[in-house]
Unconditional design. Structure first.
Length: 302
């Protein structure tokens, strides 16, 4: 991982009347990260993003982006950021191309025709460039919003809940686009979501916040590997297998037993040992399916 910090937030605090939306928040995003910013609705994610985009100002704390203080270098920093904050909006009776052309002019950028078609191609909308936005699905509008954020070729892309309201195919399209922007376009991406399973697929680092406070921050795989997994075993003798596990591994919780399968919670490094014990006691194991997701991890923390 590159040690170059793109975002450095220290002691960030924001209060709205009696509601403490963000409470002494610290986080670091490094160049090349797909950084998952996770938490339930109302955790303070959108408030934090609005502060990062300089739409509102913190009561306390500092925000450094690209190594410079946001409040001292606002214009310079924002020129290198592309963002979708909440729901992207467009002129529905104009084409995708015309919308981007107008939005480019409003931003003060001189965007060429070639660049407009390039960003439409990046988000998979080149063939619909001349279609009116009113004919677009919700997922296509989300991708058009990302195209808008890419117009000026930013180094940092901030996405606030980009998969909200999408069907499974729409979610996959956005995931694939985020992966493409990170790997092929070398963008640093700050991805806010409450859909934890989605972030698990694309993020390399993450922070989970709740009630405006940090719960945990670190490498996604390291954090998941330290958490217990839900593991499903299918055997030829469920009764014999569960009795053996209760004796040999008394600390392991067996969640459920159903027919020829049972589900338990255990750490990743115990799975092979459990299997070895079962097979060594003449219990045939036909399937082992670990289910590792941020949902369980988040619930165990909060």
């Amino acid at each position: 991982m590159n040690s170059d910090k793109i975002i450095e937030v220290t002691g960030l605090t924001k209060k709205f009347k009696d509601v403490l939306a963000v409470d002494n928040l610290n986080l670091n995003v490094f160049r090349g990260d797909v950084f998952g910013f996770l938490g339930p609705n109302g955790a303070g994610k959108s408030t934090t993003i609005r502060m990062l985009a300089s739409l509102i100002f913190p009561d306390q704390g500092t925000i450094n982006i690209f190594g410079k203080k946001l409040d001292n270098h606002r214009s310079e920093i924002l020129r290198k950021i592309g963002a979708i904050v909440e729901k992207p909006d467009f002129y529905k009776y104009l084409t995708a191309y015309k919308n981007l052309e107008i939005l480019g002019r409003l931003s003060g950028c001189d965007i060429s025709k070639k660049r407009l078609y390039e960003v439409l191609s990046v988000v998979g909308l080149a063939e619909r460039a001349k279609s009116k936005v009113k004919t677009f699905s919700h997922g296509m509008k989300q991708r058009l919003g990302i195209a808008q954020a890419l117009l000026h070729d930013p180094e940092l892309i901030i996405l606030d809940e980009p998969t909200t309201g999408l069907d499974p195919q729409g979610m996959k399209d956005i995931r694939d686009l985020i992966t493409h922007l990170s790997i092929d376009r070398k963008k640093t991406i700050f991805l806010s979501s409450h859909i934890l399973h989605e972030v698990e697929h694309v993020a390399n680092r993450m922070i989970i916040i709740n009630k405006g406070k940090t719960v945990v921050e670190g490498e996604v795989q390291e954090l998941l590997n330290s958490a217990k997994l839900e593991v499903t075993f299918i055997t030829d003798s469920t009764e014999k297998a569960t009795k053996l596990i209760k004796t040999a591994f008394p600390d392991i919780q067996i969640k459920s037993v159903n027919g020829n399968q049972f589900v338990l919670f255990c750490n990743n490094d115990l799975i092979s040992e459990i299997n070895k014990n079962l097979v060594g006691n003449d219990i045939a194991v036909s399937s082992i399916v670990p289910s590792r997701s941020l949902e369980e991890y988040f619930l165990s923390l909060t």
